[in-house]
Design a protein around this ligand. Sequence first.
Ligand code: CUA
Length: 368
Amino acid sequence: MTDVSPIRSYISGFLKPFIPTATASFLLFAPGAASFAAEPEASPSSEIHRIADIFAPLSRPAELLLEPTYLVLLICLGIFIVVMGVLVYVLIKFRPRGPEDHLEEPPQVYGSYNIEMAWTVIPCLIVFVLVLVSARSIVEIQDQPMPEDALKIRLIGHQWWWEVQYPDLGIITANEIHVPVSSKNGPPRPTHIILESADVIHSFWVPQLAGKTDLVPNRVNHTWIEPFKTGVFLGNCAEYCGTQHANMLLRVIVQTPEDFQKWVENQKQLPSEPKDAIAIQGKKDFYDLSCVSCHKIDSTPAEGVFGPDLTKFAIRQTLGAGVAANTAENLHAWLVDPDALKPGCYMPDMKLSPQQLDSLVAYLQTLK
Ligand code: CUA
């Protein structure tokens, strides 16, 4: 794979003065990914790449998209300049010059072969170039062969959260994808993501890692990422999927291979039994209440699959698919009334007593 082709450096040089504006306006349309309320403590490997910036790709497929993006922007900029230039010229040259000016009809032109050919052929050629450029990028990204040992993830969209399965590792989690970092010089370590939906159409989008790919019911789509930097990458659902579409946020946590392996080992182990009296009570409450009909906790009677798997809930950085940081306080607020944090979400208000709230929070925080 080539790094920086001549056309890319030429175009990026030309467009450089415009990029800050373009990035700024882009951010206006990705507020979900760019803003998070409270954050858990950050350590160097958990640096949060907060800016959902397609002009700063940090993964191979996102890099492959950059060149066609610049080219399309350049062509559109050219069209904009020509159209606006002609418009301004006409407005000035043919402006009314006196009170009687508008009484006279301008000369009417019919059937001009030259003009009609020009406005048919030129746009056709432009669209044809855009089609070729897009098709080339699509083929280049979609047909990328994955190594035999590539990490495989099955990502299932739900209203309004992400189910994350690692079929080869026997791990199920939610809303946070852990992957190992790759390197440009060493052996490639791409992650193959299989996209499915449990209900309506969603769309996977982590701007710095890969372009958008839809998750369509009764269909299996594929994408892949190959991040070159560790840290937390923010993404979001990019296809309107109902009331809480804006709060269907996704985190990709890119780790060193060693840290990723540690995470895998931890995920494979069962959470330790609660020791405090209050957490023990919380575990009992969890099974006595109807939490079990929607949530799963490995090796317990909780077998529900309608909501996220909670086996290792306490390790996750956020709750409610990124709606708040995963702290005791926010968890308490979430259990009091999920609808207050995430209006319209399908987790019901269980009308818990203050004692039940405290014990459930204590129990859920032991799940790590
Ligand atoms: Cu899922 Cu929008």
